[in-house]
Design a protein around this ligand. Structure first.
Ligand SMILES: [Mg+2]
Length: 185
């Protein structure tokens, strides 16, 4: 069975998703989650770093659209100073909004990245729609039981990614240890 949860790529932060990296993959558009990917829940407005990141991508011919499962008030306020295509209530992992966003930008799934912090919604939505999935650790996760359970479900897939691509420090978030450490000569 095809694994639709394990991210294609992982980075410590959205800021590390650079124009050079995206261009090397032939990417022309990034569909980005907002909450815990670009900003914590309690940050209603984008900051200068968001603006700089979006502008750097735009300069390289890479568009950004916001695809969030959060409601319109959150998404519209965050997007107001940015002026991007923005889609609230996206119902990820459904493909529907991802397809609408790609059509609006005139890009194909092969030219598009889904950027998010959750494997079961963002990574899965991207991969089963034919996009490249890029996952970052949540900026500031909720600590309720439901979110803890979701993170527990993600662990085997993060562990698999670590095995394939090497351990990164930010994987501590999922309580994954660097199993290669003890094997060093
Ligand atoms: Mg999120």
């Amino acid at each position: 069975m095809k694994d639709l949860f394990t991210p294609d790529y992982m980075f410590a932060s959205y800021r590390e998703v650079t124009p050079a990296f995206l261009s090397s993959l032939g990417i022309k558009a990034v569909l980005s989650d907002i909450d815990n990917t670009l900003a914590p829940y309690e940050q209603p407005d984008p900051d200068e770093e968001h603006k700089a990141w979006i502008e750097a991508l735009r300069a390289a011919g890479i568009a950004v659209a916001l695809v969030s499962n959060n409601h319109a008030d959150r998404v519209e306020r965050f997007n107001a100073p940015l002026g991007l295509d923005a889609y609230p209530d996206s119902h990820k992992p459904s493909s529907k909004t991802l397809r609408v966003a790609m059509e609006a930008l005139g890009v194909t799934p092969a030219e598009t990245v889904m950027l998010g912090d959750q494997l079961l919604t963002d990574s899965y939505a991207g991969k089963h729609t034919g996009l490249t999935s890029v996952i970052v650790p949540p900026i500031k996760d909720k600590t309720n039981l439901f979110f803890r359970f979701k993170r527990l479900c993600e662990r085997p897939f993060i562990r698999k990614y670590a095995k394939q691509h090497g351990y990164k420090d930010f994987m501590k978030f999922w309580k994954i240890k660097n199993t290669t450490e003890g094997n060093q000569p």
